[in-house]
Write a protein that binds this ligand. Structure first.
Ligand code: PRP
Ligand code: URA
Length: 208
C-alpha cells in the first residue's frame, strides 16, 4: 500500500479555505470539487498509455492515449458525491457507482443503506471517493462491498485523513493505495478529525 499526499500549492490553498468555518456551503462545494479534480490529476499519474498515430493538419504524429482497464468512480454517500463531480471534469467518460453509508454517532460504525455499481465493476480500475477518512470504518466497508463484487484495482481518495483511518484501511485492505490532500493530527472523542473541517456532508449540503 502507498499513501500519497498531494502537496500542490493550489490544493493546499484551497484546502485552507475549505477548513475555514466561515466558508459557506456554495463555496465549500465548489472548492471540494476543485480540490478533488486537482487530486485526480495526481491519482491518475500511473494510468497506462499506448502509442497510436493521429493526422495533424501538417503530418502524422505518434501520440499516446489511455489504455488498460476502463475507469469507474465510486462515491461514498453523501460527501463523496461532490468529489465525483470534480473528478468527472477530468475523466468525463468514467462510469459512476454509489455506496450509501452513515456512521452511527455512538458506535461510529457504518451502516450501509444503498449500493449501485456499474455491472462490469470487476473489470474496471476504481477510484473510491470520501472526503473524510476518520476512523476508517466507512472506507473499509465500502472496500469490502467493492471486493465482494470482484473489484481488484482500487485507489481510495480522501481530502483529509486521520492517522487512525489510514492505519485501519492499511490493515484491512493492504492492496489499496490512498491519495489524500492532508493527514491531520488525530480523532477527537466524537470521531471527528482534528483539526479537520467539521462534518463534510453537513457543510456540503447545509444540513444540521
Ligand atoms: C462521514 C464522512 C465519511 C465518514 C468518515 O459520513 O463523509 O463517509 O463520516 O468517517 P469514518 O472514517 O469514521 O467512517 P457520515 O457518516 O457523516 O454520512 P454523510 O456523508 O451522509 O453525512
Ligand atoms: N466525518 C466528517 O464529516 N468529518 C469528520 O471529521 C469525521 C467524519
Amino acid at each position: 500500500m502507498k499513501v500519497t499526499t498531494v502537496d500542490h500549492p493550489l490544493v493546499q490553498h484551497k484546502l485552507a479555505l475549505i477548513r475555514d468555518k466561515n466558508t459557506g456551503s456554495k463555496d465549500f462545494r465548489e472548492l471540494m470539487a476543485e480540490v478533488s479534480m486537482l487530486m485526480a490529476y495526481e491519482a491518475t499519474r500511473d494510468l497506462e498509455l499506448e502509442e497510436t498515430v493521429v493526422e495533424t493538419p501538417v503530418a502524422p504524429a505518434r501520440v499516446k492515449v489511455l489504455a488498460g482497464k476502463k475507469l469507474a468512480l465510486v462515491a461514498i454517500l453523501r460527501a463523496g458525491l461532490v468529489m465525483v463531480d470534480g473528478i468527472l471534469r477530468l475523466i468525463p467518460a468514467a462510469r459512476v457507482g454509489h455506496i450509501g453509508l452513515y456512521r452511527d454517532p455512538e458506535t461510529l460504525e457504518p451502516t450501509q443503506y444503498y449500493a449501485k455499481l456499474p455491472l462490469d465493476i470487476a473489470e474496471r480500475r476504481i477510484f473510491l471517493t470520501d472526503p473524510m477518512l476518520a476512523t476508517g470504518g466507512s472506507a473499509v466497508r465500502a472496500l469490502d462491498v467493492l471486493k465482494e463484487k470482484g473489484a481488484t484495482h482500487i485507489k481510495l481518495m480522501s481530502i483529509i485523513a486521520a492517522p487512525e483511518g489510514i492505519e485501519r484501511v492499511m490493515k484491512a485492505h493492504p492492496d489499496v493505495d490512498i491519495c489524500v490532500a492532508a493527514v491531520d493530527e488525530r480523532l477527537n472523542e466524537k470521531g471527528y478529525i482534528v483539526p479537520g473541517l467539521g462534518d463534510a456532508g453537513d457543510r456540503i449540503y447545509g444540513t444540521k
